[in-house]
Design a protein around this ligand. Sequence first.
Ligand code: ZN
Length: 260
Amino acid sequence: MRIGAHVDPTDPLAEAAARDAEAVQFFLADPQGWKAPKPREDAERLRAADVDLYVHAPYVINVATLNNRIRIPSRKLLLGHAAAAAAVGAKGLIVHGGHVNAGDDLAVGFDNWRKTFAYAADCGGFPLPILIENTAGGDNACARHLEALARLWDALGDYEVGFCLDTCHAHAGGEELLGLVDRVKAITGRIDLIHANNSKGTFNSGQDRHDNLTGGTIDPELVVAVIRAAGAPVIVETPGGVEGQAADIAFLRGQLGAAA
Ligand SMILES: [Zn+2]
């Protein structure tokens, strides 16, 4: 099982080495901005690395919204990031489930997700797996509660869609971690990546505030149990820079190795 961290994009392989990580996740552009990613000069080196790479799409992307001025550029930006992520040999592009605005019909949001995959298919298809990530907050989210996730997967039908399970988002979003992997897999059939994070926010607080694994409001053993049940690669998106994340990775290796 490969374990790694979300790192600064300047030199992801150096960041991996500093943390003794077997995988890294990074952004290809400002996560709060709409700029398309630029080609990376180190693309060849990244492709050849024996570190597994994951790319996280910008937070501004919301392909579900009924607001055309967000949805249309979101689709394009997602496709642009998919091409750029594939160019560096990434194993997946992680994108948040998104939401509709208060008063808007969530069913239209799910259908907008379907249209996003239809649009991508018209453009030749996504060149790498798209991993939709569960989110922590909001009353109109497509991937906070499992009822919504089930409707999203129904809408996506036969499209090839991956899933990234974030333990902080699940807990803060109000989904119990105990047995969660089975409940998710009953919907998605797969979990491609675990975002292993503890949560500063309490259960069902709706707060997206990550903490180091042995801090926060989640029993760390529950995070370990989720990873073990999922059997998927792991990325920690925890604070504390090299030191904090290296400690989280070492903690997971110790826990997972102990019972292997
Ligand atoms: Zn995450």
